[in-house]
Ligand binder design. Structure first.
Ligand code: IMP
Length: 183
């Protein structure tokens, strides 16, 4: 299936059914790994809001949820500069923290967040991301424990992810169509 958002064409990459099944498995794993603990899920806004909502429906252990807002993207370009929006509102000392990301691209956002959370001396930090672009990753982040799907180094949209603010409401995930530049 093909869609257009703003000036870009996108093709279907992952259907909601596939995403839902993968999230169910991640939820089961989290319930086992964090049995008898009360972790704090930190959703990274804006992109993670749908993933976090679906994930929490699969998490049956006692847990808390909070949010942080950071971003490094402008349109489909990674600016490399982290802009902080809403800061961390919770005391994370001695807590088991699970950072929930929509996508890990270069890893710069995660590196920044992990360093920020470390300052609060949590008991543990791990990362749960729906998507990972292994070829783009520039940081060595040991905390990445739960990964929904590894995807090619392409711009994607839908299921919380946006292009110029649009497309977050799409149920499925789409990849930007490659347009060869004329020489
Ligand atoms: P990183 O800091 O380079 O890892 O980028 C992480 C952030 O960039 C994510 O939380 C997203 O908000 C955004 N991002 C990275 N890749 C994409 C993409 O393909 N589509 C939409 N947003 C993206």
């Amino acid at each position: 299936m093909h869609i257009q958002i703003d000036d870009k064409d996108f093709d279907l990459l992952l259907e909601y059914d596939q995403i839902k099944k993968r999230i169910r498995l991640i939820g089961i794993q989290l319930n086992v790994d964090y049995d008898n603990r009360v972790p704090v899920f930190i959703g990274v806004l804006n992109g993670s809001f749908i993933f976090l909502a679906d994930l929490m429906k699969e998490v049956s252990i006692s847990s808390e949820v909070t949010f942080v807002k950071v971003s490094s993207y402008d349109g489909d370009m990674n600016t490399g500069e982290i802009k902080k929006g809403i800061g961390l509102q919770m005391d994370l000392k001695d807590r088991d923290v699970i950072i929930v990301e929509d996508i890990v691209d270069t890893g710069a956002t995660l590196r920044y967040l992990i360093d920020l959370i470390h300052e609060q001396s949590p008991a543990s930090i791990c990362v749960c991301t729906l998507l990972l672009k292994p070829k783009s990753l520039k940081e060595d982040i040991q905390e990445i424990t739960y990964v929904g799907f590894e995807i090619p180094d392409e711009f994607v949209v839908g299921y919380g992810l946006d292009y110029n603010g649009l497309g977050r409401n799409l149920k499925d995930i789409y990849r930007a169509r490659y347009v060869p530049t004329e020489t």
